[in-house]
Design a protein around this ligand. Structure first.
Ligand code: GDP
Length: 444
């Protein structure tokens, strides 16, 4: 079946110096010729072109064209890139002209990358790495995404799958041939390999979600009694240069999230605004929500009020644990003696009002965030999808290890290999492709 030819703006929308429009598919060469009034330019060379509307004959822009004939292109198909001036009207007119070319249509989100995957240009983990690279907001996120795009994670999983398939082949030999024809100890060797793989996968799964945390951001809940200054503290942090996404509204109207780049590591801080001690019902609802948030967060910032010091709010103090950074706010009203411990954790005296102590508290937060993201040496799994497939794989390996019969063990090894193959996209992934590529933007 011949594929249609797709096109889209590949660079960001809006006014800019340049805009890049990408066309991929069997009609890319014809469309390029139609818009630039010539033949196809030299392969992989930037060629100066005048871009015009093939129907009206209007000149639309002066730009560059790059022609990537199949299969040496991003998608593996014929690809044309037009580098235009980045004005809205220029881009709109060129997209219109392309839409008028027979057999061309606007690309779906992620469709270019999906074609690259389908044409064997990259495996699924690399495609996901590319999506993460485009979405990366901090240096550490960028490094992790780039390594994944370059195949680090895919190579790990394919390596495991290869060893599994070797074991399976040996086991099938045991099933099919008599003992005399085979070297001794084959079954024992396979059993050893199964338990080694199971241990490696268990180690990989037990990385404390570092890769996922780095990708999604480390979640920090600000907890503390009403009026301790939680919102003021969040606002002060949001105003810093480090705040990379200003107060994005969260899922509920009450929650604001601030994304901070702490030394290259992403921190997402959430505070439930508007929970005030207006009445008993509101207050207990506030406590309930704070507890829930604290329970779901990776880290907590417990804020106590210098105004009532040394009284500490019991609800909050109860939640202080090894994942908590403690702050005593409003030290502009009077210092707190250092070192001060609350719930066994050192307390940082800060003032949301004048900024005193904020840097020291942030340095501690940075340490805590980095400790939760730092790679443990081997590549980190970055998605729930990977985790689920690896758990299936490990489960099948466990069953294979416990199965007395070679036939049963072989079947479980087949299932284990399938689970790994789903991560890289080697086997039956049709059903998950839509989900994966939907998260891309158009033009990627
Ligand atoms: P929240 O209920 O914990 O979110 O507290 P808010 O941020 O709304 O602050 C409660 C009150 O404390 C407000 O009147 C703030 O102006 C005041 N406040 C907050 N931080 C400081 C601070 O560092 N110093 C002083 N003196 N007042 C503060």
């Amino acid at each position: 079946m011949k594929k249609d030819t797709i096109f889209a703006l590949a660079s960001g929308g809006g006014r800019a110096g340049l805009a890049v429009v990408r066309v991929s598919g069997p009609g890319a060469g014809g469309a390029l010729a139609a818009l630039t009034g010539g033949g196809t330019p030299l392969a992989r060379r930037a060629t100066r072109v005048t871009v015009g509307d093939p129907v009206s004959g209007d000149t639309l822009d002066e730009g560059l064209a790059i022609w990537f004939p199949a299969p040496a292109s991003f998608t593996g198909e014929d690809v044309a890139e037009l580098h235009l001036h980045g004005g809205r009207a220029v881009v709109a007119s060129v997209l219109d002209a392309l839409g008028g070319c027979p057999g061309l249509r606007v690309a779906e989100p992620g469709e270019f990358t999906r074609r690259a995957f389908e044409n064997g240009k990259m495996d699924l983990t690399a495609a996901e790495g590319l999506a993460d690279l485009v979405a990366a907001e901090t240096a550490a996120q960028r490094r992790q995404a780039l390594r994944q795009m370059q195949g680090e994670l895919g190579a790990l999983y394919e390596g495991w799958r290869g060893r599994l398939l070797d074991g399976l082949a040996h086991l099938e030999a045991v099933i099919d041939f008599s003992d005399e024809d085979l070297p001794g100890g084959l079954e024992a060797a396979v059993a050893g390999e199964i338990s080694a793989l199971e241990a490696e996968i268990t180690g990989h799964l037990g990385d404390d979600r570092r890769g996922e945390r780095l990708r999604d951001g480390v979640y920090l809940a600000i907890i503390g009694p009403p009026n301790a200054g939680k919102s003021s503290l969040l606002n002060r942090l949001a105003r810093r240069d480090a705040a990379i996404v200003a107060n994005t509204a969260g899922t509920t109207r009450d929650v604001i999230e601030v994304h901070l780049d702490l030394g290259g590591y992403p921190l997402v801080m959430a505070d439930t605004a508007g929970l005030r001690a207006g009445g008993d019902a509101v207050e207990s609802e506030g406590v309930r929500r704070a507890r829930e948030r604290a329970a779901n967060a990776d880290l907590k910032l417990a804020v106590f009020d210098r105004e009532v010091w040394p009284d500490v709010d019991a609800h909050t103090a109860e939640l202080v644990d090894g994942d908590t950074v403690v702050a005593i706010n409003k030290i502009d009203l009077g210092p707190v003696e250092a070192p001060t411990l609350v719930g066994g954790r050192p307390a940082f005296g800060v003032s949301a009002l004048d900024g005193t102590g904020i840097d020291a508290m942030l340095a501690e937060l940075e340490n805590q965030v980095a400790a939760r993201c730092l790679p443990s040496g081997s590549p980190a799994l970055t998605r729930v999808r990977h985790r689920a497939a690896l758990e299936d794989c490990r489960e099948a390996l466990r069953r294979a290890g416990g199965a007395g019969e070679s036939e049963l063990a072989a079947e479980d090894l087949r299932l284990a290999a399938r689970a790994l193959g789903r991560i890289t996209g080697r086997v039956d992934v049709e059903d998950i492709l839509d989900v994966i590529f939907r998260d891309f933007c158009i033009g990627k």
